[in-house]
Design a protein around this ligand. Structure first.
Ligand SMILES: *Cc1c(COP(=O)(O)O)cnc(C)c1O
Length: 479
């Protein structure tokens, strides 16, 4: 495909603005004035439209096809939530809207949305309060770690370490380290859980917190989670819940009831906001009662007269985490999504997400190695390891040729040639079957004609790239 600079012809233009017929006056210094015209594309409106439409069709999103990228919960986001997020009254709100005498009258509706979303998230997770400020899951993790640090500081406790299982998402150890703690990794046992004995060995009175993802990135729910929480609390530590996998347990199990003190959610994974390409997202953080006083500012408070106000005078607050209200449009979508599905609908999300993942696992287990577990929660992890050297990457590229977005590969790190498949609740049996058929065809091809697989993808605009060169011989110079 040609670049837009290679299209068009000299003098061609898409805009029809009359020639300027008044003297052009300016007081720019000569050094800032161009001696030649800028080398902009000279294209007609139609050429521009075709160019960008063609580019957009090369993009793959959940609206185009199956997107089973494990851990990311790339589920379909109902257009209803988009429409609500796009209401004029929300979209045109300015965070510095003048506050009328007697209260923040112009933002009362927005504050109510934030307040009611907070109540819903508290109900769903079993936590006392939430901050809506963090702008991503990882940002929520950092916020949670700062809350944990503030709690221990206020209690005069010198805590220096955070326990993170080796199956954790990379953001967990990163957040703990940025928060000033030493990360103590604990290996998984033969069942895919954080090993209890190894955990006991790692636990001592220096441990500020244990970060758990439950179900974890292998799609497995740790049956010892309550015991881990009790042991951690006895040792004076706190429990952190990475809620990126909440889709698996919505309405079924609540982190607060399991003994977690801090929870982050990814609204852009579980609650109706499209993601991929880096955002925007929202990573609200929920806390148990004993951590409420450290929450970031501002919080939204409901007054006895049913008005809402932003509160900034929390004395023990960890301060600002994000400007204004966080990613407000993402909060609106989550609010709409939760209200639209209701209690029963959210429970069905979890049931279908888990059912779909188990269906995929059952159909593929004879063709790929399954390193852990008879069953899974919302995602399943296979290994593409086989006797010849066909890799998970080869299978992933083969899926691209067959019209599917590949699953997550090479994560979690503890599985060789990992393929982490998260079908989500929104996919039909026909789609799951088509994907499984493709995976089975690829498993056969890996045996019968591995060379063909190594050439894949052949149908994509970009074929195999030089992965080594891309990492080691970077050439970032602009042409
Ligand atoms: C996605 C994810 C995160 C990080 O969330 P972001 O919103 O991408 O910053 C953390 N943990 C797990 C298990 C995840 O899947």
């Amino acid at each position: 495909m040609k670049l837009i600079f290679e299209k068009g012809a000299p003098g061609r233009t898409g805009a029809s603005v009359p020639e300027c017929d008044v003297p052009v006056e300016h007081d720019l210094p000569n050094s800032l004035i161009r001696s030649e015209d800028a080398a902009l594309p000279e294209v007609s409106e139609l050429e521009v439209v075709r160019h960008f439409t063609e580019l957009s069709r090369r993009n793959f999103g959940v609206d185009c096809g199956f997107y089973p990228l494990g851990s990311c919960t790339m589920k379909y986001n109902p257009k209803m939530a988009e429409a609500v997020g796009d209401y004029d009254g929300f979209r045109e709100l300015h965070p510095l809207l003048p506050q009328l005498p007697g209260g923040e009258t112009l933002t009362q509706g927005a504050l109510r949305v934030i307040h009611e979303l907070e109540r819903h998230l508290c109900e769903i997770t079993g936590m006392a309060r939430f901050t809506m400020q963090p702008l991503a899951g990882s940002h929520g993790e950092l916020t949670g770690i700062m809350l944990i640090a503030a709690f221990h500081r206020a209690h005069g406790d010198k805590k220096t370490t955070i326990i993170v299982p080796d199956s954790a998402h990379g953001t967990n150890p990163a957040s703990a380290a940025i928060g000033g703690f030493k990360v103590v990794p604990v290996p998984s046992d033969e069942n895919g859980f954080m090993g209890l004995d190894a955990f006991r060995d790692a636990l001592d009175d220096r441990v500020a917190a244990v970060m758990l993802t439950c179900p974890n990135t292998l799609g497995l729910f740790n049956p010892h989670v309550k015991e881990i929480a009790d042991l951690t609390h006895e040792a004076g530590g706190l429990m952190y819940y990475d809620g990126a996998n909440l889709n698996a347990i919505l309405g079924k199990s609540r982190p607060g009831d399991l003994g977690f003190d801090v929870v982050h959610l990814n609204l852009h994974k579980t609650f109706g906001t499209p993601h991929g390409g880096g955002g925007p997202g929202a990573g609200p953080v929920g806390v148990a009662e004993h951590l409420v006083e450290y929450l970031p500012i501002s919080t939204v408070e409901k007054e006895p007269d049913n008005t809402y106000r932003l509160r900034y005078d929390n004395k023990r607050t960890i301060g600002y985490i994000a400007p204004f209200y966080g990613n407000f449009a993402v909060l609106v979508r989550a609010y709409a999504y939760i209200l639209a599905l209701g209690r029963e609908g959210l429970i069905e999300v979890a049931e279908h997400a888990v059912l779909n993942a188990n269906y995929v696992l059952a159909r593929l287990r004879d063709y790929y190695e399954v390193p852990f577990g008879e069953q899974c929660m919302h995602e399943c992890v296979l290994s593409a390891v086989r006797k010849n050297d066909v890799s998970a990457l080869d299978i992933a590229k083969g899926l691209i040729d067959r019209g599917f977005h590949p699953p997550t590969v090479y994560f979690p790190l503890i599985v060789k040639e990992a393929m982490m498949i998260e079908p989500t609740e929104t996919e039909s049996k026909e789609t799951l079957d088509a994907f499984c058929d493709a995976m089975i065809e690829l498993a056969r091809l890996a045996e019968s004609d591995p060379e063909a697989l190594r050439r894949a993808p052949v149908n994509a605009p970009v074929t195999r790239i030089d992965e080594y060169g891309a990492a080691r011989e970077l050439d970032l110079a602009l042409l």
